[in-house]
Write a protein that binds this ligand. Structure first.
Ligand SMILES: Nc1ncnc2c1ncn2[C@@H]1O[C@H](COP(=O)(O)OP(=O)(O)O)[C@@H](O)[C@H]1O
Ligand SMILES: [Mg+2]
Length: 226
């Protein structure tokens, strides 16, 4: 099943008088439960593509389709619902709230969405990422790898259909980066999430079912390992 599709998507930023074409005519499809990795040097448009795929930004032309529905056609309420319930994000810099415990960070999306049993579900997700016993730790009391595992638990706490990871191992050593990659891959395999990840690292690219090689805002080639 095609979960996510980009169809001839272009995006140009405008900075003062400058036009910065970040993506031009990009097309790709990602199926449910698969791992798609964006590879390419800094500035080639990976983060721009991820923001469009996560409905955090919109194309100037072309369409981003989630289950066949264009994100451009959604109203504010539908967008909030989509971002809260169906899409999870993991960032290079973890983006945990520093004054909240690991458990509270994971629980927060459920509270915002007014879901029941928030603490129980958040505890289960922390156990899933191997952090049972660290519920009461604050982010600064955790290692980088542990912080990123909390961020993965938070991103997965609502069982999102789409998981977006922007250089998720960029601040981690090889061993803890490997743990995080294994969790992201399990999210696709066990939870059926469609994982879209941007990376510089060969280890991260290795878990891909589909590798998308990007250059200067375009897709240069696509390699399938399915
Ligand atoms: N908010 C922004 N405003 C202006 N230019 C941007 C913005 N975000 C990214 N860019 C530019 O768009 C291009 C693509 O950037 P980006 O998508 O961040 O690439 P990558 O994630 O592959 O490093 C680069 O030239 C970058 O400088
Ligand atoms: Mg980037």
């Amino acid at each position: 099943m095609i979960r996510l599709e980009l169809r001839n998507v272009s995006r140009t930023y405008h900075l003062d008088e400058q036009r910065i074409p970040a993506l031009s005519e990009v097309s790709l499809v990602a199926e449910a439960g698969t791992v798609t990795v964006l590879v390419g040097r800094s500035g080639c448009g990976k983060s721009t593509l991820l923001n469009l795929a996560g409905a955090m930004d919109f194309p100037d032309s072309g369409d981003v389709l989630i289950d066949g529905q264009s994100t451009t056609g959604l109203n504010e309420r539908q967008l909030t619902e989509l971002r809260r319930n169906r899409i999870g994000f993991v960032f290079q810099s973890f983006q945990l709230l520093p004054t909240m415990t690991a458990l509270e960070n994971v629980e927060l999306p459920l509270l915002l969405a007014r879901k029941p049993n928030t603490e129980k579900i958040a505890r289960e997700r922390l156990r899933w990422v191997g952090l049972e016993g660290r519920e009461r730790s604050l982010p600064h009391q955790l290692s980088g790898g542990q912080m990123q595992r909390v961020a993965v638990a938070r991103a997965l706490v609502q069982q999102p259909d789409i998981l977006i990871a922007d250089e998720p191992t960029g601040n981690l050593d090889t061993a803890s980066g490997g743990d995080v990659l294994q969790l992201l891959q399990r999210a696709a395999r066990e939870l059926g999430a469609t994982l879209l990840m941007a990376t510089h690292s060969a280890e991260a690219a290795a878990i891909a079912d589909v590798r998308v090689y990007m250059r200067d805002g375009s897709v240069e080639s696509i390699q399938r390992n399915l």
